[in-house]
Design a protein. Sequence first.
Length: 134
Amino acid sequence: SRSAMSTSPARSGRIISNRPRSTPTCERSPSGSFAAARSFLQQFPGHEKAPSLRYALGTAEARNGDSKLAQQTLGDLGRDGGYDRMDRVWYELGWAHRRAGDEPAALAAFAKVVATTGEVPPGPPPGTDTERFG
């Protein structure tokens, strides 16, 4: 007699899914992902994961070249708090300001990194065109 465990779909190598094959899991473009994140944050602003999602969204906006949106997203998170690594928020916000040409705001954000950690922030994040900042 075979046990129930030995005949389970997982053991037989078959993949079981309740999701119909024609249902898309998500849009595969940054704009679709950004829209989904913004929609979640609008619907559930007090969710325990909202600060982490706001940080991820702001960082992704910055990496995608949208410094203005990144400034808004990260600036709001900096104002509201709730993220466990606020030094990372200030760091990313500083670079978003710098990319947008707002050096005084960039320096103010970097100063908050120093005030929070006692350390000078590291160099630019990945994908930053440092030639522009001489």
